[in-house]
Design a protein around this ligand. Structure first.
Ligand SMILES: Cc1cc2nc3c(=O)[nH]c(=O)nc-3n(C[C@H](O)[C@H](O)[C@H](O)COP(=O)(O)O)c2cc1C
Length: 180
């Protein structure tokens, strides 16, 4: 089960989770979305980061992101992660999800937040399902700087393992059905 972890992270939380999850999953790859230019265009600190990033997210903008190093078509499953921005998907993750051919592909979605998670997991699960993808799981995790970061990371790894297992079972069921 080739699994790609694709994430956007502005302040390191989604990166930490995606790296921990990918390390626990065999045959996995990892792709950081919008590495340089986009990240630089949104301030790292202060109130301005909310104005710039939040405004883009609310308008559901899809900014240009850096060319991908991985080829999503080469993976059976893609786990996408993003920080919640003004209750929405952080824009680079939206650009990525809009560019993938989801037909027949398994997906799992996670986001990170500080208490206001909004409905972006549901929105993007529907978006992917409408394009023929099979969403095997979605979950929200609290910012590692809040609460017990170690526990959150461990729960995220467990979640990813469960999602990949679910996708593997679905795949082998489908393969069995088409062989009979
Ligand atoms: C522009 C912006 C908007 C945010 N909006 C929300 C929000 O609506 N709800 C929330 O709980 N956290 C919000 N946050 C906090 C982040 O979602 C949270 O800190 C997340 O863990 C950051 O992930 P990252 O470190 O991978 O960037 C926002 C942060 C930024 C920069």
């Amino acid at each position: 089960m080739k699994t790609l972890f694709a994430y956007y992270s502005h302040e390191g939380n989604c990166r930490a989770l995606a790296e921990a999850m990918a390390a626990a999953i065999p045959e996995s790859g990892i792709e950081e979305l919008a590495r340089a230019r986009y990240t630089r265009s949104i301030p790292k600190r202060g109130i301005m980061k909310y104005f710039c990033g939040g405004h883009e997210a609310m308008l559901k903008r899809m900014p240009k992101i850096s060319p991908l190093t991985a080829n999503p078509a080469a993976y059976d499953m893609i786990v996408v992660g993003w920080p919640v921005w003004f209750l929405q998907v952080a824009p680079p993750a939206r650009t990525f999800m809009a560019g993938v051919d989801w037909s027949g592909k398994c997906a799992a979605l996670f986001n990170m937040h500080r208490g206001g998670k909004g409905g972006s997991l549901r929105e993007m699960a529907r978006f992917i399902a409408d394009r023929g993808g099979i969403v095997v799981g979605s979950d929200s995790f609290v910012d590692l700087r809040r609460g017990n970061g170690g526990k959150t990371k461990a729960r995220a790894v467990e979640w990813a393992v469960e999602c990949v297992e679910k996708a593997r079972k679905l795949r082998s069921q489908t393969a069995g059905e088409s062989a009979s």
